[in-house]
Design a protein around this ligand. Structure first.
Ligand SMILES: NC(=O)c1ccc[n+]([C@@H]2O[C@H](COP(=O)([O-])OP(=O)(O)OC[C@H]3O[C@@H](n4cnc5c(N)ncnc54)[C@H](OP(=O)(O)O)[C@@H]3O)[C@@H](O)[C@H]2O)c1
Length: 305
């Protein structure tokens, strides 16, 4: 399969491209950050005039995995128009362009579309209620995609792993602080279901191979608090777990409002795939194993200098 991956320098896009290049013909869409990758790079800005049409006609992929976004929740609050353009309008345009050419599309969305007030896990039929600009623009993006391309996959995700810059994921945040014996905060009142980025990448490709369509929750199978996640990282790497300071997200000073409950049901996904989705414990083992194998350094070597 020829896969076009947007956001190829991002946390999901780069991990997915590096993993799947062993099995598929990967073309990574990158603005300017990557060099020397084992997959082809197509360089442009997705918002440039006719960039989407040009790349689809030139590369002619079987499927697009659209990870590019403004994924910085707080920066979206300062630039609502830019966030709307990138996170909401562009996905709709890409979905339309893919539909016109019979190219499959996986559009990446977020668990943050819910307000967290539900007592329990959220399923795909629950009504979203975004708390901030990022979440609202991502929800608008989902709707724009499915309204013009009902055969697209929209995947609401939450994941962790090693990134190009070494500071993109929550797991890296804890690793970076704890490895320097620095204190860091962990929210005791935010529950989520993180999935290791390698497991997410494999699941997304499997969803394409199995011809799934529509909205899916694609997260890990186990919920825990962000504080507990920090403790798990400390335990696995042998760092001092007391350096993770338990606090409430409400006293964090973060700009955008955050949901306290990001627990998503993956029942629909595991049923339709006919297999279990990995949980955070096995994901942290893989995250640790990658560190032992020099994967974070390898990843950083793909930075354009
Ligand atoms: N991280 C999470 O846990 C999480 C949770 C829920 C949902 N998500 C969603 O998952 C997806 C991937 O997130 P991520 O953490 O991998 O994001 P990320 O690391 O911030 O990467 C975002 C990517 O988008 C690219 N991009 C931004 N604007 C672009 C433009 N105009 N043209 C071309 N490329 C552009 C960036 O390129 P540059 O490097 O050039 O800026 C970067 O490669 C996003 O849709 C996000 O909303 C993430």
């Amino acid at each position: 399969m020829r896969l076009l991956v947007t956001g190829a320098s991002g946390l999901l896009g780069l991990n997915l491209s590096l993993l799947e290049v062993k099995k598929h013909d990967i073309v990574g869409f990158d603005r300017s950050k990557l060099a020397g990758t084992p997959f082809r790079i197509y360089r442009n800005d997705l918002l440039a005039h006719q960039a989407v049409d040009h790349i689809l006609d030139e590369i002619r992929p079987d499927a697009v995995i659209h990870t590019a976004a403004n994924a910085n929740v707080d920066s979206c609050e300062f630039d609502p128009q830019g966030a709307h353009r990138l996170n909401a309008e562009l996905p709709g345009e890409l979905a339309w362009a893919c539909a016109q050419r019979s190219i499959r599309l996986v559009h990446i969305s977020t668990d943050a579309v819910f307000d967290g007030t539900k007592d329990g896990v959220y399923s795909e039929t629950d009504t979203p209620n975004p708390l901030g600009i990022y979440a609202q623009t991502k929800l608008d993006g989902e709707r724009n995609v499915l309204s013009v391309n009902p055969n697209a996959i929209v995947a609401r995700v939450n994941f962790f792993g090693w990134s190009l810059q070494g500071n993109r994921s929550l797991a890296e945040f804890f690793f970076n602080k704890l490895s320097k014996a620095e204190q860091c905060s962990g929210f005791t009142d935010v529950y989520f279901c993180p999935l290791f980025v390698g497991d997410l990448a494999e699941t997304l490709v499997l969803m394409l191979e199995k011809n799934l369509v529509g909205l899916y929750h694609v997260t890990g199978s186990k919920a825990l608090s962000k504080f507990d996640f920090g403790q798990c990282i400390a335990d696995k790497f042998g760092f001092d777990p007391s350096l993770v300071i338990p606090i409430s997200v409400e006293e964090s000073g973060l700009i955008a409002r955050r949901s306290h409950n990001l627990r998503l049901s993956i029942h629909k996904l595991s049923t339709d795939l006919g297999q279990e989705i990995p949980d955070v414990s096995t994901g942290i083992l893989k995250f640790y194993a990658q560190a032992q194998q020099g994967y974070p350094q390898k990843m950083r070597s793909y930075q354009q200098v």
